[in-house]
Design a protein around this ligand. Sequence first.
Ligand code: HDD
Length: 681
Amino acid sequence: MSETPKNNENSKQKQLEQFRVNDANKKLTTNQGLKVSEDGLSLTAGKRGPTLMEDFHFREKVTHFDHERIPERVVHARGTAAHGEFEVYESMKPYTKAKFLQDPNVRTPVFVRFSTVVGSRGSADTVRDVRGFATKFYTEEGNYDLVANNMPVFFIQDGIKFPDIVHAIKPEPHNEIPQASGAHDTFWDFVANNQESAHQVMWLMSDRAIPRSFRMMQGFGIHAFRFVNDQGKAHFVKFHWIPKLGVHSLVWDEAEKIAGKNPDFNRQDLFDAIEMGDFPEYELGVQIIEEKDEFAFDFDILDPTKIWPEEDVPLKIIGKLTLNKNVDNFFAETEQVAFHPGHIVPGIDFTNDPLLQGRLFSYTDTQLIRLGGPNFHEIPINKPVCPFHNNQRDGYHRQTINKGKVSYNNNSMAAHTPAPTTEEEGGFVHYQEKVEGSVVQARSESFNDHFSQPKLFWNSMSPSEKQHIIDAFSFEVGRVKDKSVRQQVVDMFANVDLAMAAEIANNLGETPPTAEESTVTKASPALSQENTNKTPVGRKIGVILHNGFHDAEVKDILQRLNLAGVAYEIISDKQGVVTGKSKDDLMVDHTFSTTDPVLYDAIYIAGGKDVNEKFYKNANYFIMEAFKHYKAIGATHDGIAWLEVNQMIESPGVVEGNGKSFVEKFLQDIAKHRHWDRNVV
Ligand code: HDD
């Protein structure tokens, strides 16, 4: 294990470099290094005879192949990851002694894995689900993992119920249907009979569950953690990631179609952005509560089904994460990375949140089966960049060659080393919280209010967001076959909002509920995506062109869009080039059949001369779908005819014209993301 410099900038990349191998232009060998002379024919007795056992190359190659797969993660199996760096804006010394949060000049290497929760490894990206947002900080004091989700609350309050919620939402055990979806009986049966789930279910039915991009999604540590400073003073803290591009979602019809058209939609988007140098950025925000205020709120701050409303506990922005490098090998890095909320550093500590306490057991345990033994910390992606020394030995796939004969403490033969470190010298000391109580299996009554915060969430939604929640409930519960479960769900959510539940009941053909109206009138504007950052940066538009298009003007428009951070793809009826009226060319990226309007944030149609009926119809489909999904549509030159025929002129988010003013208006409309005020039937 090599010693690393204090400022560990790029230290992870330097470490990984030792393990990277490029096989191109090399001679083919066995794993023993033997050069092989034949790789396509096995050793046989005669040219038409049986394969011989002696063929060690055949056996090694096929045996290795037979063992290529490892168990997928029991949850969060579908994911994608990238490398990056974290920087703190100002020293957090008053709150925490964590070294990576002290010095704005230090860049801490990070590895981030995004995921869906329910689907298996090959499932589609755009399903309705919670998203994981797990970050490993390779700090000079050891690895710190912030294992977060894109929603700030959880379904359950106690880790012991995790197998239950996961069994309920995973495909049903008798037929393994449905894949990557909560729209089935067992999930909703769980919900109705575990009412603590109400808050997260509201988030799951909202647009947050179908993010447009991993680059446009928040992350939340969910639990109350503890910051501890060098004086031993502690504060409660919640962690938030805020994407610089704002928080944006798909619409459900679009998400379902993308699942078929490009199941890799989100991972592709992240990969492409990083390849193009458009590095995704997220700011780190913290909410801090003083220990003396532990009981100052009308909810229990340790309850993971509760947010700390930002209007009550302000968000302090303290740093920035930049993702700037794709992985070299998906399996070696993304699949083998092992996160654990228990990987902490001095200055950060746990609280008594019973869900967090449960997690502290589960994550190491799962790696033992998934990664095949206790030495998974030696896999390059998991290895700390700082030195590590202890008396742990052996086990499957051990790589470290520990010298000497002492592997125990206390000893005299190695002068009592490796020796513990004092707190002053950076040794981790658990926060000495005073704990008292009888040994019980019971929960504090302060965890019992399951409906006030879901109502706060509902109150905070814009009209279109509310409608989407009602539509989502109607779809998801509409897939439930058990009538009693459907009614139980409607009755349960009447405790959140009576009118909402009545509308869902009406859509489902169930009996309207009769609960008392919730008295919560408070709203938290920070919860609505309508109040997020809106920018055209990071968006991708489809540009529909035909031969004879106005080349000079269109190229100028495309350049301006590009300068504003918008990527584009040229779509036409044939691959190759489209030639403009002044004989200038543009390369076609896609034909109408290799792409689809759901894969773009906006459509720009400039058309061309003499389009045939097939081109006309295909282009029309692109525009109609984009219109239905509330996306910006721009048209210039011959393209304007399509807007006229479809009576779209002057609809919100539809812009036609030429030149600079067209670009400005189009960019504004792209930035708005979706035009909910459009009349879509
Ligand atoms: Fe978990 C994976 C996030 C509760 C048990 N979890 C996992 C991942 C994320 C989360 C992002 C994927 C990590 C990766 O990319 O490899 N989990 C959460 C959050 C929770 C949460 C934000 C609540 C606040 N989880 C939770 C509980 C338990 C687990 C209560 C068990 C008691 N989670 C696991 C696991 C996984 C996992 C089974 C599967 C794969 C893995 O750990 O490495 O141990």
